[in-house]
Write a protein that binds this ligand. Structure first.
Ligand SMILES: [Ca+2]
Length: 191
C-alpha cells in the first residue's frame, strides 16, 4: 500500500535533532485528531500537493507537513486541523507543488477562503486577499496549455481558530465546469 508522509512537533522533540523526518501513515488513515483524511487516494498515489502547517498567521513556527489530495478543506467543526496545532489559535498553511492542465484554453482559477489567501502560479502572485474575512471568493484568468506543468503555491491563514476555517481551490474553462482542481492534475513534485 502506498503511504502518506507526515511529521509532527512531538516527533521532532523525540529525536532531538534538527531537520525533518517523515513518518509513514497508510493511505486513508485519519489525521491525529481522528476526523480528517489526509493524503492522496489509492488511485492517485503520486498526485496531490504538499501542505506545511505553521503556528501563527504569518508562518511563525513550522509544525508539520502533510500531503493533501487537493485543496477542498473545511475545518469549521474542529478547533484546529490537527492536534499538532494549539486549539483556537491562529495558524497558516503553505501548499506547494505543480498542476498540469488537460486542455489549452483560458482558465479561471478561484479561491474560496476564510480567512486570508494568496496564490502564486509559476512564482507570480495572481490572487492576494491576505485579510481577515468571512468566506470570500477571488479569481484570476490565465491562459494555459495542455500537458504543461505549472508551479503552484497557495498560502492560507486562519485568524482565530474559532469559526470559519475554510480554503478551497477551483478552476473553470469554456470546456470544464467549475470544479475543485482535481487530484489527477496536481503533483507533489514535477515527474
Ligand atoms: Ca476565520
Amino acid at each position: 500500500m502506498a503511504s502518506v508522509r507526515t511529521e509532527g512537533r512531538s516527533d521532532r522533540r523525540r529525536r532531538g535533532q534538527a531537520g525533518r523526518r517523515w513518518l509513514q501513515l497508510k493511505i486513508g488513515s485519519l489525521s491525529s485528531d481522528g476526523s480528517l483524511p489526509w493524503g492522496p487516494s489509492k488511485e492517485n498515489p503520486k498526485h496531490g500537493l504538499l501542505a506545511d502547517f505553521y503556528i501563527g498567521r504569518e508562518f511563525q513556527s513550522d509544525q508539520f507537513a502533510r500531503q493533501t489530495a487537493n485543496i477542498n478543506l473545511n475545518w469549521d467543526n474542529v478547533p484546529v486541523p490537527d492536534k499538532e496545532l494549539p486549539e483556537f489559535k491562529p495558524y497558516s498553511v503553505r501548499w506547494t507543488g505543480y498542476f498540469k492542465p488537460t486542455t489549452t484554453e483560458t482558465y479561471t482559477i478561484f479561491t474560496a477562503s476564510d480567512d486570508g489567501v494568496r496564490l502564486w502560479i509559476d512564482d507570480k502572485l495572481v490572487i492576494d486577499n491576505w485579510t481577515c474575512h468571512s468566506e470570500s471568493e477571488d479569481a484570476v484568468q490565465v491562459s494555459l496549455n495542455s500537458g504543461v506543468f505549472h508551479r503552484l503555491r497557495l498560502e492560507y491563514f486562519e485568524a482565530s481558530g474559532l469559526q470559519g476555517q475554510r480554503i478551497r481551490l477551483y478552476w473553470q474553462s469554456p470546456t470544464i465546469r467549475k470544479e475543485y482542481v482535481p487530484e489527477q492534475c496536481l503533483y507533489y513534485a514535477k515527474p
